[in-house]
Design a protein around this ligand. Structure first.
Ligand SMILES: [Zn+2]
Length: 1024
């Protein structure tokens, strides 16, 4: 798999697990503002006075990417709050984020989950805006949305909204931190949402393993806490001890929500001065309680936890080995990043790497090396290996090889050229950075502001400038066997996992590693198969932006069209980066004719990825992204990133594809992994099952996971080889090339692909257009009402998905269903989750697939799906009343909000490419779809809308077509206590689907809309 070692992702501040204040404002006394010479000549006197009064410091010299046209300003408010303002007059969405440096490590010992609960409660009403759903309604009616998250030492809130509604949204947002209500009725109800969130995670191995880590920490260390909380820790236990949770919420907020540990970032279309006025006026009111952050630099584990193997029993069939070293918080060394140097090498996948060696031995498939830092506290340096079946028999040998590699790093000493190479790549990433989504930008900023000085808050995550081999050597001395913990996860540990973690009930066991073994690892010799990487040949050196073609077109156009190859091209004139994206869609109808071929196609792709991974790793590091994806029509591969070396890569890839060969041992390993992936689906969340079954029922041709598993018996090494031969022997290829590429260059690429195709039988007998028709959707009849039920063995929750099929896709139908979803989403969430507390996952959206469009509502709940379905119907009845009574103004506001979302421009070259590619892949070529839909949207009247809802969604609608999917937890029945649950609603109005073949044969298929442009179907023309 194309894994990137974590040192790259680590550079995104968002991935920093938790944080603390410190570096900001430490060495910037020289930049503290003199209001008289702030350099902002356009500042009017009034604002200048305000500034003098409210801002302690201002920074206008934020270091940014050279091509970044947004303007930035840092503020240090009088109340201690740090702010980053971003002005972008062209932004089509405004956004804000606020982080406060308190998380679940600060929960009182007697109330696990309080910080998280507080995060939930802040949304539910403030003194100034007491309405429980006032904030979310305001956002949803103005094209926005919001979310929040609680970490070990940080809680983060964010929202986005239409640009001219920023002021109103910020005013509501600021009140969270000034005067939240925490009403007792909301407190009593919202506890259920927190509990459902916990229940949703109960069967997730990620959460289970994580909690075992916390559980094994010292009892006295806050790292040992249970952060998410549940009904028992936040309601039942406190009740029995006479603890009033609402009072605790108030005092937690009072104690920790202090301006001096808060970081705010806001992006808007206003000027910096206007933004400053807006922010100062609203956020200065937040009290400064002069919170002093606790010192948590103590390591969380006792000595005896080192030199120990911890075995954990997972729910899914997964196998992993983690070597975890406890370190100090390394973010303080961000200028030299010694951890990034080491994770770059340990996580390398090229020739001579640790992974290459472990793969060759057949012991492992993937490896990750990464650091997690809990700011101002401590950190973990982790190496994670996914083991094969054979690898399970060689655990100690795998660990030995890892220590051999670390030994090599010590022996070779830190290399300046490797550091320089990483710096160059990162500098390049910063220089040609894509424009961030407004919400991503502010969310990353409020985390980064806790780590870096304000002037470097944008650049520091990318630019590492100091070569400090001494720090690398220091860190290497920490990476020794006596200082690590070993964590093993596998279902084979049934016998030895005799202990149970209390919150997730995960079985685990521990075993002392004998001193002999540790000594062996400590004194391991060098392994001659391991070596440092060679210089990376894929680093681009040509960043030239090519001149615009004289016959430049606004939309993609076909530049080559033969019976075997069609090439689309579009030169970029918007983003002007030295980047390009290209997709190659290889179609052959044999790919999905039956479950056997579907498996063969899938395995061919996995094997290709496996073969290429060593070679491609350098390309990935140098900013080229490669994707090889199996599809029901064949396979697609795509290259994106810097355009300079893309052709070298393309040629290499094509050679591999058309000359496919495979090692038998690798085949066995990949097949085993694929089998487990298919089997593990049964442990996925119930709501994912509901989505999967709905697609299985309604799609013209779809094989189920169980059918694929049955067909796996027949999958052999020879069969995959034969399949690949057949697949590449007769196919049609459609390419799309977009970005910093002229038409001439695109034509040259076409020649390379064409040459490959001409060497096959494709030319002699090209595929007919009729062999490549698009998949279609089964059409329910008016008045149809179907129910499909299936069990879920692993989750405590059940799930219902109520799907309303609305009709064939057209501009009108699409935007109408979009509008229903726009108006319905917020009240649906407010009613089913906030008020009725049915469950943590409450979703509603439109579903647009295979030529049809519809609306779906999904609720994952511990209550029975029949009961929940009845509550959804009840909500829909009330919703009809509310839209019948909705004022024209409110209705128009929703239309505007939807228009804002529809007209949001793609921010990056890659997003624009995906948008074009989608139209090409669907053979619709409707390149201005959103604009066309908005024109129709403007004309939709309220009456027409209500009529549509009555017809298609309401219980007695003439054109209502329903498919309800119930995923029923097998643990259901154990937990039902309330009377309403026992009253399972009668579902006789549905017809049950029990036989898929029979159901499908009784239905018609939707037609596919004709292409928007007059372009004939790809492939050879029919001869009649
Ligand atoms: Zn939550």
């Amino acid at each position: 798999m194309f894994n990137i070692c974590r040192h790259i992702s680590k550079l995104h501040p968002n991935n920093i697990r938790s944080s603390s204040f410190l570096l900001s404002f430490r060495n910037m006394s020289s930049n503290y503002l003199n209001t008289s010479d702030s350099g902002s000549t356009d500042l009017n006197l009034n604002a200048a006075e305000k500034l003098e009064k409210h801002c302690f410091a201002r920074f206008d010299d934020i270091e940014k990417s050279p091509q970044d046209v947004r303007e930035y300003r840092g503020l240090h408010l009088q109340n201690g709050m740090k702010v980053l303002l971003i002005s972008d007059i062209n932004t089509d969405l405004s956004a804000a984020a606020l982080s406060v440096q308190v998380g679940h490590m600060s929960d009182p010992d007697y109330l696990p989950g309080l910080a998280h609960f507080c995060e939930h409660m802040l949304f539910l009403g403030t003194e100034k805006y007491p309405d429980e759903n006032g904030y979310t309604t305001y956002l949803s009616q103005n094209g926005g949305s919001s979310n929040a998250a609680t970490y070990s030492l940080m809680t983060k809130y964010h929202f986005n909204v239409a640009p001219d509604k920023l002021d109103g949204a910020l005013d509501r947002f600021a009140q969270f931190f000034i005067a939240p209500l925490f009403t007792s009725s909301a407190t009593d109800r919202e506890i259920n949402a927190v509990n459902s969130e916990y229940e949703k995670n109960l069967s997730s191995d990620l959460w289970r393993v994580k909690q075992v880590h916390h559980h094994l920490a010292k009892r006295s260390h806050p790292y040992s806490k249970f952060g998410s909380g549940n009904k028992s820790t936040l309601c039942d236990i406190p009740k029995s001890k006479n603890i009033n949770v609402r009072d605790e919420l108030l005092s937690f907020h009072k104690k920790w929500y202090s301006a001096n540990i808060m970081y705010l970032s806001v992006i808007g279309k206003e000027s910096l001065n206007e933004l400053e006025e807006m922010v100062v006026g609203k956020f200065l009111e937040i009290e400064n309680k002069n919170v002093v952050l606790p010192d948590w630099s103590r390591h969380p584990y006792d000595d005896e936890k080192y030199g120990l193997k911890v075995m954990i029993l997972p729910i899914k069939d997964v196998r992993s080995l983690t070597i975890s070293f406890t370190t100090d918080d390394l973010t303080k060394f961000y200028k030299s990043a010694p951890d990034s140097y080491l994770t770059h090498l340990i996580g390398h996948e090229g020739k001579g790497s640790l992974l290459a060696e472990l793969r060759k031995l057949g012991w492992c498939n993937d490896l990750l090396a990464g650091c997690q830092n809990i700011l101002n506290a401590f950190g973990f340096f982790d190496i994670v290996v996914n083991l094969t079946q054979e690898g399970m028999n060689h655990i100690d040998d795998v660990i030995n090889i890892i220590f051999q590699y670390i030994q090599l790093l010590r022996q070779e000493e830190p290399k300046k050229w490797i550091f320089d190479e990483c710096c160059n790549i990162n500098e390049m990433r910063f220089r040609f950075k894509d424009k961030e989504q407004p919400d991503t930008l502010v969310q990353n900023a409020v985390t980064a502001m806790q780590i870096y000085p304000l002037e470097q808050v944008l650049s520091a995550p990318y630019l590492t400038k100091e070569w400090r081999p001494d720090l690398i050597i220091d860190l290497l001395t920490e990476l020794v066997p006596s200082k690590c913990r070993i964590i093993l996860v596998s279902q084979s540990f049934q016998e030895v996992t005799t202990e149970t973690e209390p919150y997730f009930k995960t079985n685990y066991g521990t075993e002392k590693i004998n001193a002999e073994t540790i000594k062996e690892w400590e004194n391991c010799l060098l392994n001659k198969n391991l070596a440092l990487p060679l210089p990376n040949a894929f680093i681009p050196d040509n960043f030239e932006i090519v001149p615009l073609d004289t016959d430049f077109c606004k939309h993609p156009i076909i530049i080559l069209d033969t019976p075997i190859l069609r090439v689309w091209h579009k030169q970029d004139d918007q983003y002007l980066k030295p980047k390009a994206c290209m997709a190659f869609d290889f179609s052959n109808p044999i790919a999905y004719v039956d479950p056997l071929n579907c498996n063969l196609n899938q395995l061919m792709v996995e094997l290709l990825k496996d073969q290429l991974s060593e070679y491609l790793y350098d390309a990935v590091l140098a900013g080229l992204k490669l994707q090889l994806t199996p599809k029901s029509t064949g396979i697609e591969f795509a290259i994106s990133g810097y355009n300079d070396k893309q052709v070298v890569l393309l040629e290499k890839l094509l050679d591999h594809l058309f000359d496919f060969d495979v090692n038998e041992k690798r085949f066995e390993i990949i097949k085993e992994e694929y089998t487990r992936t298919l089997k593990n689906f049964k442990a996925e969340q119930p709501f994912q099952h509901s989505i999967y079954y709905l697609a299985l029922i309604l799609t013209e041709n779809a094989w189920s996971n169980n059918e694929l598993l049955d067909a796996l018996e027949l999958v052999t090494h020879e069969r995959v080889l034969n399949y690949a031969k057949k697949f590449f022997d007769r196919l049609h290829t459609e390419c799309f090339i977009y970005g910093n590429v002229t038409k001439q260059h695109a034509s040259n690429i076409s020649v390379i692909v064409n040459k490959k195709l001409e060497s096959t039988n494709s030319k002699l007998l090209p595929l007919l257009a009729r062999q490549m028709l698009k998949k279609r959707e089964y059409k329910l009849f008016n008045g149809d009402s179907y129910l499909f039920e299936n069990d879920h063995k692993y989750h405590k929750c059940s799930c219902v998905q109520l799907y309303f099929q609305c009709g064939a896709q057209s501009d009108k139908m699409n935007i109408m269903v979009n509008l229903v979803s726009q108006i319905l989403t917020e009240p649906c969430y407010d009613c089913l989750r906030t008020k009725e507390q049915l469950g943590y996952i409450v979703l509603s959206s439109n579903r647009k697939v295979n030529g049809a469009v519809g609306l779906r509502i999904i609720v994952q709940s511990t209550k029975h799906p029949s009961f929940v379905e009845d509550r959804i119907e009840n909500f829909l009845e009330n919703f009809l009343k509310s839209i019948e009574n909705m004022s024209i103004e409110e209705f128009e506001r929703h239309k505007d909000a939807l228009a804002v979302k529809k007209l949001e421009k793609p921010k990056t070259i890659f997003q624009q490419y995906k948008k074009f590619l989608n139209e090409i892949a669907l053979a619709q070529y409707h390149f201005e779809r959103n604009e066309a839909e908005v024109i129709i949207l403007r004309k939709i009247g309220r009456e027409e809308f209500v009529q549509f809802f009555k017809n298609c969604i309401s219980r007695n609608g003439m054109e209502r077509r329903v498919l309800s999917v119930h995923i029923i937890s097998q643990q259901f029945g154990v937990d039902i206590e309330t009377a309403e649950d026992k009253l399972i609603t009668n579902m006789d109005h549905h017809t049950k689907i029990t036989d898929l073949a029979q159901f499908k044969s009784s239905k018609e298929l939707y037609s596919i809309a004709l292409p928007y442009l007059d372009i004939k179907a790809k492939g050879a023309r029919s001869k009649l």
